[in-house]
Design a protein around this ligand. Structure first.
Ligand code: ADE
Length: 217
């Protein structure tokens, strides 16, 4: 999957150089490009934002640099039906696991991130959809983009090892998972449930199923 991220703060994306995402990039399952919005500013001050018409506090991201940035990404992009352009927005549609699964079906995702300020309304027409990671306001779209990339990447074939993916199946299938234990059997008096030590696979499977129902909110 190809991922293009348009942002004023490409250095915030350092977490995508760690762990499972790092491995996926090394294996060329993920190809991530960071695009500096300021490179598409059109005046000598590299200005990307301005004061809002009608007054009010704060700055607003100007349309021209964002249109130029997105158009430049689209120049060598995959056809429309294989890609999705997402704008990170606190009042967008709330991201969840089924959205992650849907996005994992595309070959290219393009992320539009703002920072501090709002977007000029005309920027929204560049995006296929506005996505929020929850009902709270962050300082920018960078963390939301990383959250979405992480959740989508782990659904792509061969990103997780077989051990890791088996573990996540229950949530993926709609459950909330079951309690897990490893050694020691007795940690400061907190014991591992007997059933897990019984070696009785059918009973363990049933116990896990029950537990996952209890956990599901
Ligand atoms: N930008 C600021 N807050 C956000 C949120 N909660 N989700 C997506 N983008 C955002």
């Amino acid at each position: 999957m190809r991922i293009d991220i348009i942002t004023l703060f490409p250095e915030m994306f350092a977490p995508l150089n760690e762990s499972i995402i790092k491995r996926a990039r090394e294996k060329n399952i993920l190809n991530i490009n960071l695009i500096q919005l300021r490179d598409f500013a059109f005046n000598k001050h590299n200005q990307v934002d301005d004061t809002p018409f009608g007054g009010g506090s704060g700055m607003v991201l100007k349309p021209e640099p964002m249109f130029r940035a997105v158009r430049s990404v689209l120049k060598d992009s995959l056809p429309n039906e294989k890609r999705r352009i997402l704008i990170m927005d606190p009042i967008g549609k709330i991201f969840n696991q089924s959205k992650a699964k849907e996005l994992a079906g595309f070959d290219q995702l393009i992320f539009i991130c703002g920072h501090y300020e709002g977007f000029d309304e005309r920027i929204y027409e560049l995006a296929d959809e506005a996505v929020s990671i929850g009902e709270y306001v962050l300082t920018g779209g960078e963390l939301p983009a990383m959250v979405i990339i992480d959740a989508v990447a782990r659904m792509l074939p061969n990103v997780l090892g077989s051990d890791e993916s088996a573990k996540t199946d229950s949530f993926y299938n709609g459950g909330a998972g079951y309690p897990q234990y490893t050694k020691p059997r007795d940690f400061e008096g907190r014991l591992v449930p007997e059933i897990l030590l019984s070696g009785h696979h059918a009973k363990i499977a049933e116990w896990r199923r029950q537990q996952s129902l209890i956990r599901k909110k």
